[in-house]
Every structure is written in C-alpha cells, then in structure tokens.
Design a protein around this ligand. Structure first.
Ligand code: XLS
Ligand code: NI
Ligand code: NI
Length: 435
C-alpha cells in the first residue's frame, strides 16, 4: 500500500510555464484574487467515493483499477483506504474532503453492525485529521446503494426502510458534527420513482419532508454549526427524482417551512441532466437565498447520464464564477471534486492528473471572472440596462402604485418606451476575451 503513491511527490505550484504535468500551473493557493486567496475562494475538496471506493466497474464490465486496498476486506480494507486517502489529500494539498458513511467504514450486514463499524472508523478519521490538518467539507449517508433502499430511503412505501435511513442519517450527522464538518449533504439518490403506476407521490414527498424536518431538529439539538444541503438531480438512478433542480428544491423547502434551514449543493453534471446551465443553477440559488456548495464536475454532451468527469469548460466555469464573485462566493460551501477518472485511466498518476487539471481549470475560471468584474464593463452594461428600476417610475411601481395607478399614469404621460439592444454578442465577447 505504501508504494501506491510513492512515485509522485507532493504537488506544488510551478506556474503556467512549467512543463511538469504533475504541478499546478494556475492554482497558487496563496495568490490573492479580489482580496481573498485562491484557496479561500475555491475551498477545494476531494471525494472519497469516486477516488478510493470505485474500482472502475460499469454496467458492462467489472473493475479495471486493481487498487491494492480493494484486494483486502472488512476493517483491514477500511483502514488501508483511510491511509491512502489521507496520503492523497496531503499530496494534492487540498484542504477538504467529503465522504458517505459507507465509503469509509467496513461493510456491515445489519443496522447494528453499521452503527458499530461506522463508529470505529470515525475515531480513526478524527485522528488522521488531527495529524494532517485536513478538514471535512461535508459528510453524508449513503441511503441508496444497499438493496433495502431500492424503492427509496425516506420515500419508501415501507416505514421500516425509512427507519433504517433515519438511523444512518442520525449517525452520519453526529459524525460530521464531531469531525467539525462544515456542511451535511442530502442527495436523494432513490428519492423519486421508476413508474407512477406503483407510486403515491403525495405521500412520498411528505415522507421526504419528514426526514428533512427531523434532520433539522437533530441539527439544532446537537448544536451542529454547519449548513444542511440538498443536492438536486433530476433523474438517475430513478426515472424522476423529487429534488430535480434548484428551483424545484426551493418550492419544496418553502412548502415545508424549511427554506431558511436548508440550502443547495449544486452539481454541474446534474444541472446538465436537468436541462439547465450551471450558471443558471448558481444564479437561481443566490436569487432564492439558498446557495450552499458546488459538486464540481461535468457530463459529456453526447451522454445522458452522470459521467462525473473533471470540470474543464473554461467559459462555463467563468460564467459561473462571475455569479459567485458578485454574491460573495462560498460561506460554508466549497468546490467538491465529485469527479472521477475514466475507467481506462488505471494508474495512480491519473488520479493526480484529474485533480490537478480540475483545480487549474477552476483557478483559471476564477482569474477570468475576477478580470471581468474588475474591468467593470459587463456590470456597467447590466446596471445601465436596469437603471430605470432605481428611478422614480420603477420605484413607484415596485413599492406604491396600484394596477389602476399604473394604467392611468401610462396613458396620462403617454408612455412610449423605445426598444434597446440586449447586446448579447457584446456580453459573450467579454467572456471570450477574458478566458
Ligand atoms: C450522485 C451524487 C452523489 C452525491 C453524494 O449523482 O452526485 O455523489 O454528491 O451523495
Ligand atoms: Ni454529487
Ligand atoms: Ni452526481
């Protein structure tokens, strides 16, 4: 095990001129951008599941990676994975990591064993965090892989399954709290349906709200200071997932009085699957007051599933970062690399290439967006376009006038607004020239 990453030295910033493929070219964690360091802006995190749990299997074939710790089993496997994971976090020099309960622990056959095995590894994670200074961006419970969750976790027709999911969530929240996690995530993997023919959607959505309400109560009870986050996704593995996108999640939270308690963890690939642009999702989350964190990845334009590739579309990252910079960026959230190397990328070095390229792409996007904000031309046009709303007529419409008042004034003043260009190409060129 010790040899697995031995051939790779800790990754350092060497600048754009370097020819070393195992160095950062743009991500200089201490570089100040608009008053904060790159590390403070991006708060990068490595995910346990894709990087250390997945063995490269797909629906047509078995694992390709042949990782040494996958040859082990039980607690021995969990311990080896923990060592290797923290070695990678340290070599990558990312401050954060994320995990599901089942990612880190020895596999369990019963709920009792689940609770016991999880407790064993949480102690060891705490120790590792102390030794390395690595921090937990978020924890979560995997309530979708075990066959008992095939018809959903909280949305299951059987309340016994709800109870099992609630047990996992309780322990995962307690562990996240104890490890100083900054957020706790709910991705509703199977919280949806495969066919409406066998599904009572009204009951299921109420059950989901019940679990979230219980989690909110528990958060306050244990004094967890982090943010609870729902991660929207429209489908996969279910045909339809109730948390399909940011706006849908907001409506759901609002209906159940949870909109001030839970925010969103937006994943790029999930936005794509929902037919939304990533910058749309981020802009909506800020507008609705529920922006939380980001799962940084991308899909493939030809594939309709969650390929979880490393996010490297400079223009898309830049457009997203503009919204983040305008709105103050992350508070408790961060850029979690919910991304995985391809099944043919079987070497240890490939894990580094993926994460190095991913963080350099984010750093470049941050620099481009900062340039656009500093230059001011984009915001200048935008402010000018809406300037009327800050003046007399706009303020009167928004704050005082009735429908009758407005109609009378329109006729009396003979209002005749002149069309003005929306300048889309001019705005697009600002992105092109900054990227
Ligand atoms: C799957 C999700 C998952 C969450 C955590 O599509 O992205 O990995 O991020 O449960
Ligand atoms: Ni995700
Ligand atoms: Ni995903």
């Amino acid at each position: 095990m010790k040899d697995f990453f031995a051939g790779v030295d800790p990754i350092k910033f060497e600048g754009p001129e370097t020819s070393n493929p195992l160095a950062f070219r743009y991500y200089d964690k201490n570089q100040k951008v608009l008053g904060k360091t790159m590390e403070e802006h991006l708060r990068p995190s490595i995910c346990y599941w894709h990087t250390f749990c997945w063995d490269g299997f797909d629906v047509f074939g078995g694992g390709t990676f042949n990782r040494p710790w996958h040859q082990l089993s039980g607690q021995e496997m969990a311990d080896a994975k923990l060592d290797i994971a923290f070695e990678f976090f340290t070599k990558m020099d990312f401050p954060y990591f994320c995990f599901h309960d089942v990612d880190v622990m020895a596999p369990a056959a019963t709920m009792k064993e689940h609770v016991e095995n999880f407790a064993v590894i949480v102690d060891k994670i705490e120790e590792k965090m102390g030794e390395t200074g690595k921090k937990l961006l978020w924890g979560t419970a995997n309530v979708f892989s075990n066959p008992r969750y095939m018809a959903g976790a909280s949305t299951n027709p059987d309340p016994e399954v709800f109870a099992c999911a609630a047990t996992q969530v309780r322990h995962a929240m307690d562990a996240t709290n104890r490890l100083g996690g900054e957020n706790y995530v709910f991705w509703g993997g199977r919280e949806g349906y495969d066919t409406l023919l066998n599904t009572k959607v009204d009951r299921e959505m109420d059950q989901l709200a019940r679990l979230l309400t219980l989690a909110v109560e528990h958060k306050h009870k244990i004094g967890f200071k982090g943010t609870l986050l729902i991660e929207p996704k429209p489908h996969e593995p279910t045909k339809h997932q109730y948390d399909r996108d940011t706006a849908t999640v907001y409506g759901f939270l609002k209906k159940h009085g949870l909109e001030n308690e839970i925010a969103v963890n937006i994943e790029t690939n999930h936005a794509t699957l929902a037919g939304n642009a990533m910058d749309h999702e981020v802009a909506m989350a800020y507008a609705l007051g529920i922006f939380g964190s980001i799962d940084a990845n991308r899909g493939d334009p030809q594939n309709g599933w969650d390929t979880d590739q490393f996010w490297n579309d400079q223009a898309e990252i830049t457009r997203t970062m503009i919204h983040m910079l305008r709105n103050g960026g992350f508070t408790t959230g961060g850029m979690n690399f919910d991304s995985k190397v391809r099944r043919q990328s079987i070497d240890a070095a490939d894990l580094f290439h993926g994460h190095i390229g991913g963080i350099d792409a984010l750093a470049r996007g941050l620099l481009s967006a900062a340039k656009i904000i500093e230059d001011g031309k984009m915001d200048e046009f935008l402010n000018e376009r809406y300037a009327g709303w800050d003046k007399d007529l706009g303020q009167w419409i928004m704050n005082t006038a009735s429908l009758e008042d407005i109609s009378e004034r329109t006729v009396k003043d003979n209002l005749d607004p002149k069309p003005k260009s929306g300048r889309q190409e001019y705005m697009e060129n600002i992105i092109t020239y900054a990227v």
